[in-house]
Design a protein around this ligand. Sequence first.
Ligand code: IMP
Ligand code: MG
Length: 185
Amino acid sequence: MSDAAAARVRPLFSAEEIAARVTDLARDISASEPKGLLVVIVLKGGFVFGADLVRELAKENVRLEIEFISLSSYGSGRKTSGEVRVVRDIEVEVAGRDVLIVDDVLDSGLTLKFARDLMNARGARRAAIAVMIDKPEGRRAKIEADYVGFTCPNYFVVGYGMDAAHAWRELPYVGVVETAPERAG
Ligand code: IMP
Ligand code: MG
């Protein structure tokens, strides 16, 4: 609370820039002619991007179903430990379907590699990945997203669903937290 209150967010990608990218991504996804599309939104961070993306897909007349999955890396800090587990699973069959996994950030790639492997293990016809932010410098798993909003350096970004210590998810833009100088002690 005090950390967030003392911090400011420097905008990196505006709401307008993001909206234009989401429209482009929906057109690209539509052009891939998905069959029986199941959009799997990764909570919590994917909720804003997912909500915008499905509405853009609707404008492209893409028929789809929406499910949510909640995944967690062990450890609670900014560094992920490497182990991923399912906290809340989707509730439908995946076999034979085109799945689009939607998340906020692709960083180490451990979370989305786990998610994609899970969908493939369940028999998805194709499991594609869409992320708003790709941070290639952080990659530890061999994985790339099929649809990327913006590529950015190894900043810790917030807003548009993304949080730092549970704050900032509600911002309509993506930015970088500029932390106030630490207090002593
Ligand atoms: P991974 O390292 O690719 O497995 O990413 C794990 C999760 O860490 C992502 O789904 C995000 O929720 C979170 N994450 C990674 N980088 C950032 C960031 O810069 N801001 C906010 N969350 C992040
Ligand atoms: Mg996440």
